[in-house]
Ligand binder design. Sequence first.
Ligand code: COA
Length: 374
Amino acid sequence: MHKVVISGTGVFTPDQSISNAELVEAFNTYATRQNELYAGEIAAGTRDAMTMSNEDFIVRASGIENRYVLNKSGILDPDIMHPVLPERSDEDLSVMAQMAVHAATLALKKAGREASEIDAVICAASNHERAYPAIAIEVQQALGIEGFGFDMNVACSSATFGIQAAADMIRSGSARAILMVNPEICSAHLEWRDRDCHFIFGDVCTAVLLERDDLATAEDRFEIVSTRCLTQFSNNIRNNNGFLRRTREGHMSDRRDMLFKQEGRKVFKQVVPIVSDLILTHLADENIAPAHLSRLWLHQANKGMNDLIGVKVLGREPEPGEQPNILQDYANTSSAGSIIAFSKYSDDLAPGSLGVICSFGAGYSVGSVIVRKI
Ligand code: COA
């Protein structure tokens, strides 16, 4: 069995961003107009008035202050309220592949690797813009990688499950180096007209290069000590988009369930204990005391969830920097969140330092990756 390392990471951040103030202004304009449009029905009691959104609520409930998006103008236009992306021909690089190529190029550079030295591409993300051909194969072609590629989806846990899949293949010898990319176009599957969730997501793409330690040349690298994945079915975070919609009478007109929906409070309460138990069991099985962890790079959905998980895992309040959050700047970027945190806050660790990358979300799904700085 080969020892596997993460030898490079990369983050593609879109150049457009939306602050909470801009977001709330657009939503409230939309809601006010809707209320004016349906004033008669609202007065007659046959329709509920839309309630205004609020910046203070967003920061207090989630910790999110800003999000990056591929297209800001459509999202903030009260007459549109979704991203507007130019149509692409089948010959053009798809949106997800384009984001992935940017992030992958950064990860390859960090690892000191050429595309020709990579054996496979895994595209692990929470929503794929098409079923086939796989986005991973398109990325493979765009970068000039030989070998194979495939897509996988475990919602917000896609990246950690992708790391496990890649690490297992490298460990057993079926590939020497694998590029795992997480292009998340969350702005396209978010309902920006729904006050309960309009602040939650942003767009980004992360890339992780995993390879055999004995072949790696990067100075800064992290050994994958071990991985642990867990899933437990829940409808509390759900997206019903799919081709079966056409087969059901009348279902083309109501499209709310094609987009992200959640019971946020239930998710919060149910997922926190599952995550902290999984990390603690995983550490115990590897004979690692939580006190020996230098860092936790957690999924970036909600600051309150992360604060609680940190306390449960470490048995005390995390010190500043021990559990870096990036969600205040990026919002929830689904599977990419914990990888952004890892990518931005890992270079300073001393050799031998231990840490856990952990993601969690729809499914439910939880992935835990214990890493050691080489
Ligand atoms: N502005 C102002 N008020 C809002 C609002 C907004 N944008 N959205 C909701 N509210 C209101 C609600 O209507 C509710 O009002 P009520 O008490 O009068 O009924 C109140 O604020 C509390 O709403 P609730 O949905 O219970 O808030 P919350 O504290 O649970 O926070 C989330 C909501 C989504 C931030 C939080 O539940 C969360 O992050 N959960 C975990 C989500 C997660 O990890 N998902 C994984 C996705 S991959």
